[in-house]
Design a protein around this ligand. Sequence first.
Ligand SMILES: NC(=O)c1ccc[n+]([C@@H]2O[C@H](COP(=O)([O-])OP(=O)(O)OC[C@H]3O[C@@H](n4cnc5c(N)ncnc54)[C@H](O)[C@@H]3O)[C@@H](O)[C@H]2O)c1
Length: 188
Amino acid sequence: MSELSGKTVIITGGARGLGAETAKQAVAAGANVLITDVLDEDGAATAAELGERARYRHHDVGSEQDWADVVAYAQAEFGAVHGLVNNAGISTGSFLADESVEHFRKVLDTNLTGVFIGMKTVVPALREAGGGSVVNISSAAGLMGLALTAGYGASKWGVRGLTKIGAVELGVDRIRVNSVHPGMTYTR
Ligand SMILES: NC(=O)c1ccc[n+]([C@@H]2O[C@H](COP(=O)([O-])OP(=O)(O)OC[C@H]3O[C@@H](n4cnc5c(N)ncnc54)[C@H](O)[C@@H]3O)[C@@H](O)[C@H]2O)c1
């Protein structure tokens, strides 16, 4: 596979799980990859395993400053940014009536506001590169009503909606925006 040769992709939550596998596949397809996460030890180890076309950077997706730093770092290391995979996420496991408002807000902040800040921050870099691609990891819980997913499901429906808004606004800039909706996959 060589269709991503010369392209640089930022992958959030890439220290482990689906994000780490996404990074592995992107490197195998020829891309430069910047893995970001809050798990610094795992993130650095994952990037080291992937070799010289991978880097790791500490990044809380809820922080605007961290996002600005990540984009600047990717441009400094690899010259440009062509892709973003918004993969970082946290989940819930409570019934709606039992979920605390505090936890609901925390899940929305990471899973939805994090994706929004990411798109907002990366779009100027994608425009500079002449176009690109954003892939937002939603969930099957963003396609249907699943029990025990009040905050999580709401955030993933929100990611799906935000993706569609991005797609209609950014197509004119040659930027594609898609969401992916995985089913249950065993990860930590
Ligand atoms: N595994 C599944 O069954 C499944 C199904 C549907 C969707 N998803 C989605 O796939 C994505 C990856 O999930 P996973 O199963 O690999 O889980 P995981 O917990 O193994 O990986 C998620 C990563 O996101 C990171 N993260 C969490 N909060 C963060 C923050 N504020 N800033 C930066 N990084 C942060 C975590 O440290 C972790 O490395 C998530 O968005 C999840 O909702 C997973």
